[in-house]
Design a protein around this ligand. Structure first.
Ligand code: LRH
Length: 523
């Protein structure tokens, strides 16, 4: 068969890229046509600093990347778009943006959950949307927006991938995996929750019913690229379809977990159906700006214990549920590197990994999910302060700081995997790591040591690959269910296996106890 080309637009909070997947002989070969930095842009306002996304820059980069894809690689059979979750643009009656697009790290949402819980109690919300409480969930951003003047001119709310798809095709949809991170979707029925929207209207004056577009599942054809907007063509001069993929980057990343297990994978403990030799369940760590750690399930876990543990149920591709926890992730490292570079230290991530590998293990561990690490800024100073506050040695070198970050991330992974399996009544026998973080051999090994499970690392460009295989299936270029898509991913990736060091277990247990016993008083 002739090779066919599918382009993935994959925007992360720290960097974006356009990658073409060429399907040939049962494999996908990736060609990156554009890569660029991204980050929240601070602007002062009368209410203090605000953080926005430079969406026009993102749009320009996406255009350049797709043009290069079509002109340098070949005619495009499909385009899929994914970005980080929760953030949105508002359009007026002409389809123009009504204002800036806020970043989820903008401090405007501080206190918004508590304000909403006064009218919709947290447990009632969780029973419907199954979401962990994070200040930045779209529903809380909307609460902040209601306080700051509401949605006067807004006729349509589009999450970022849907906004980019609208600019390319003129069609407005809400792709469901990403929509599930808004807090407005009923996680059990995969539809907008009418009762929730009703309560937001009556309690906060937020009338969202007409503003939210129709939900679509991954695989749906959104429309074709308007050639006046972007002059790209498909095979034989045909128009290029934009396919809704798992437009939440984490949904696409989890599609690219190269597991050989069938979907709905977490193996139920005591399940009478589990035969000797059945592949066990897997946990995943999608490792980028955030580390998303959890399980793929076929139904949400909405118990009180799950809510208390702040586990989230996000919707996945093919009727799956992503049951997971957000861990602060490489954000902490990236911000520390930004600080060092501003101080004139020239260093590569490879050098940092080597320096951290040479540093003493588990000397200092911090709670990476502490809110002090959330805002942009000097992570080096914050780590030093956290070390002092918990009576641990302050790292003395760049290598010791990176080791502290990696050890602390692995400790958080260990806890999240254990909690996820306990809360969902499943068991796992392997951890799949996907995403850019798999380039750190140290982090992969620490994940194996901390969890006590083998780690299979790769693909590093998992999100783009997950995007591409779902777009390809939507365009009719490949067939099959999630396990078929994962076979394709596996055939296209180089994977590395890390075995847990047998002797490591007690050291991790000690580190966990150290952290639990010495929590810094919260500010
Ligand atoms: C990862 C991610 C994550 C969300 C966060 C806002 O990029 O999409 O799943 O919680 O960004």
């Amino acid at each position: 068969a002739q090779p066919v080309h599918v382009a993935a637009v994959d925007l992360g909070a720290s960097s974006g890229r356009v990658i073409v997947g060429t399907l040939e002989d049962g494999r996908v070969h990736l060609t990156e046509t554009r890569r660029f930095l991204n980050g929240p842009v601070p602007l002062p306002t009368a209410d203090g600093q605000r953080l926005y996304w430079d969406v026009l820059h993102l749009w320009s980069e996406v255009r350049e990347g797709l043009l290069a894809a079509a002109h340098e690689v070949g005619p495009l059979c499909a385009v899929g778009i994914d970005t980080w979750a929760v953030d949105y643009g508002l359009l007026d009656h002409r389809g123009a943006l009504t204002g800036q697009v806020s970043s989820y790290r903008c401090p405007r949402t501080r206190g918004a959950p508590e304000r909403l819980f006064q009218t919709i109690p947290a447990d009632e919300l969780y029973a419907v949307n199954g979401l962990q409480v994070q200040d930045f969930n779209t529903v809380f951003q909307l609460v902040a927006q209601a306080r700051d003047g509401g949605l006067p001119d807004a006729r349509t709310l589009l999450l970022l991938p849907d906004l980019l798809a609208y600019w390319l095709t003129g069609q407005k949809v809400a792709e469901v995996t990403n929509a599930s991170t808004t807090g407005l979707v009923d996680v059990s029925s995969r539809t907008w929750s009418a009762p929730l929207l009703d309560r937001l209207r009556t309690s906060l004056g937020l009338d969202l019913a007409g503003v939210l577009p129709a939900l679509v599942e991954p695989g749906t054809v959104v429309g074709t690229i308007d050639r006046e907007v972007l002059d790209v063509l498909g095979p034989g001069g045909s128009p290029v379809p934009v396919i809704a993929v798992g437009s939440h980057d984490t949904a696409s990343a989890v599609v690219a977990v190269p597991a050989s297990t069938s979907p709905g994978s977490g193996r139920t403990v005591d399940s009478a159906g589990a035969r000797e030799g059945d592949p066990g369940g897997f946990a995943y760590v999608s490792c980028g700006t955030w580390s998303l750690v959890g399980l793929e399930l076929d139904a949400p876990v909405l118990s009180e214990a799950s809510r208390q543990a702040n586990f989230t149920n996000e919707l996945g591709v093919d009727a799956t549920v992503r049951y997971l926890k957000n861990i602060m992730g490489l954000w902490v490292l990236n911000e520390a590197v930004r600080t060092w570079r501003a101080q004139g230290l020239e260093t590569s991530y490879q050098d940092l990994d080597a320096a951290a590998a040479a540093a003493a293990p588990l000397r200092t561990v911090v709670d990476v999910n502490d809110t002090v690490f959330f805002a942009p800024g000097d992570m080096v100073a914050r780590i030093a302060a956290a070390a002092r506050a918990t009576g641990q040695p302050v790292p003395r070198s760049v290598g010791e700081y990176v080791r502290c970050i990696d050890d602390s991330l692995a400790l958080a992974y260990r806890r999240a995997v254990r909690e996820a399996t306990a809360l969902s009544g499943t068991s796992v026998d392997v951890v799949h790591m996907v995403g850019g973080g798999t380039r750190s051999r140290l982090l992969c090994q620490l994940c194996a040591d901390a969890t006590g499970l083998p780690v299979v690392a790769g693909p590093a460009e998992g999100t783009a690959l997950g995007n591409i295989v779902v777009a390809a299936r939507g365009a009719g270029l490949v067939q099959g269910d999630l396990s078929d898509l994962r076979n394709l991913v596996r055939a296209s990736s180089t994977l590395t296996r890390y075995e847990p060091a047998a002797a490591a277990s007690s050291a991790w247990e000690e580190a966990e106890q150290r952290l639990l016993g010495r929590q810094a008083p919260t500010a």
